[in-house]
Ligand binder design. Structure first.
Ligand code: HEM
Length: 476
């Protein structure tokens, strides 16, 4: 009898739990959607790969079924997905008030608990200023010759090779440049390869969070541990042998750590270093790879871009001087081209926030404690805003203002958390394109299929043959 009662109680409790899972408590009307299977939610569907440039099928199907705002459950957490430009705008504007930067526990595990994306308030502002000092316009002006030197020498090297795997090659170029700027790291003079650890890290970054040997996620965490160990050793080495003049970010961090009452800790500094290295080389190299693929596929775009850069060379007083800041700022079509590239590349496919207080929006209630997921691809591929959204058309950006974020363009995020590396990326892309189109031509050899998981990767590699131009258009 007791056993029967116990069994009935278990069944009732379980049924109630499943019911609650499917119908979470809410003081109003939740957005429509499904919470998926108990515990798993819709995580597996979310991680399905997408071999197209289009909105991920997970989001697209649900937009059709439920509309632009819907609910789901990912890795055990209730989430409201927003493809609605007004809600996205509201989310970015209310950072720190109604919403807070938040990423799933697995991300925090991967990027470090003290990474800049997970910090708030005073500490966050302090770190953001540090990064802006490093990658703000004044620093970038000084970095121009270094960036041009890096691009020119790599292109020259690649032109002597049969083919190059472009993503890998550009990642190496950007990583070397950034690692030099941040920690004076030089792969050639180092016994260990720091970037290899980041590669392992990247492969599992947006994967199912199962920490079992052999899984991509496990490899990712291992990559992080190794990279962090190397960074820590490098920092300790520098502390033991300080330099007379501050020349890189490590010197700056060590000075800060020495200050009495400094809020910076070694752990925070190392997490920041890790995030900056990762954020800079993975994103920018992907953008450059996509840019070259788009140029290969669109000869008219290549023609206009080449004309813009040839004109800069023609107008340069001293042919041997490098790109000036003024020239960089004058690259109107190049900026249109970069915007169009990052719109279609959708390098950051999701942006997460946590809801701090219950929100009422367009008739729906989003409970406090839930996560919201902004989905930039849905915004960038919205046919109501972008005519023929899957077409690559840099001319659509003709007009007065193309910098910064808007309700319809959030490749670099928006609001207070707008990407601090935007200008750094744009300078690197523009300078690289300048060196490429004025001096080289290239031929796509193989690969280049886009697969999102839901991160972006080229599984087969995009191989190109870089060739020096026979003739320079420049008139002397
Ligand atoms: C094509 C290149 C890039 C893209 C598409 C990109 C995209 C983004 C996006 C969408 C965000 C907002 C994330 C959020 O709101 O939660 C962000 C933030 C951030 N990005 Fe970038 N990024 C790029 C390059 C870079 C570079 C080169 C750096 C390094 C200097 C960088 C460093 C950061 C940092 C530190 C944040 C966090 C800012 C904060 O929380 O306030 N990014 N990026």
């Amino acid at each position: 009898m007791w056993a029967l009662c116990f069994g009935a109680l278990v069944i009732i409790s379980f049924t109630y739990w499943v019911y609650r899972w499917r119908n979470p408590r809410c003081n109003g009307k939740l957005p429509p959607g499904s919470m998926g299977l108990p515990l798993l939610g819709e995580t597996i569907q979310f991680f399905a790969s997408n071999p197209s440039s289009d909105i991920p099928p997970f989001v697209k199907e649900r937009m059709k079924r439920y509309g632009p705002i819907f609910r789901t459950n990912l890795v055990g957490r209730p989430v409201v997905v927003s493809t609605d430009p007004d809600l996205n705008y509201f989310i970015f504007q209310q950072e720190g008030q109604l919403f807070q930067s938040w990423y799933p526990d697995t991300f925090t595990e991967i990027f470090g608990r003290q990474n800049v994306g997970s910090l708030h308030g005073f500490m966050y502002k302090y770190l953001k200023n540090m990064v802006l000092n490093l990658f703000g316009p004044e620093s970038l002006k000084k970095m121009l010759p270094e960036i041009q030197q890096a691009a020119s020498s790599r292109l020259e090297l690649w032109s002597r090779q049969d083919t190059v795997e472009l993503k890998e090659a550009t990642a190496s170029m950007i990583f070397d440049l950034t690692a030099k700027k941040l920690i004076s790291y030089d792969q050639e003079n180092s016994s260990e390869n720091l970037r290899d650890n980041f590669v392992a890290f990247m492969q599992g970054l947006i994967s199912f969070p199962l920490e079992v040997p052999g899984t991509a996620y496990h490899k990712c965490l291992q990559g992080r541990r190794k990279a962090m160990k190397m960074l820590k050793n490098l920092l300790h080495e520098r502390r033991a042998n300080p330099r007379k003049h501050q020349s890189d970010f490590f010197d700056f961090v060590l000075e800060e750590l020495k200050k009495e009452g400094s809020i910076l800790t070694e752990e925070i500094a190392l997490d920041l270093m890790f995030v900056l290295l990762f954020a800079s080389f993975e994103t920018t190299s992907l953008a450059i790879t996509m840019a070259i693929k788009f140029l290969s596929d669109h000869p008219l775009v290549l023609k206009q871009l080449t004309e813009e850069h040839e004109a800069i060379l023609k107008n340069r007083e001293n042919a041997d001087s490098g790109i000036s800041w003024k020239e960089y700022k004058s690259m109107t079509f190049t900026f249109q081209f970069i915007n169009e590239t990052v719109r279609l590349a959708n390098i950051v496919p999701v942006i997460f926030r946590k809801v701090l207080r219950e929100i009422q929006f367009k008739g729906y209630t989003i409970p406090a404690g839930w996560a919201v997921m902004v989905c930039p691809p849905a915004v960038h591929l919205n046919h109501k805003k972008y005519e023929d959204p899957l077409a690559f058309n840099p001319w659509r950006w003709e007009g007065p203002e193309i910098n910064g974020a808007s309700k319809h363009f959030m490749a670099f995020g928006g609001g207070m958390r707008f990407c601090v590396g935007t200008d750094f990326t744009k300078v690197q892309m523009a300078v690289f394109l300048h060196c490429l189109v004025t001096k080289y031509r290239w031929q796509a050899i193989k690969g280049g299929n886009i697969v999102r998981t839901p991160g972006l990767q080229f599984p087969n590699g995009y191989h190109v043959k870089i060739m020096e131009k026979q003739t320079r258009f420049i008139s002397t």
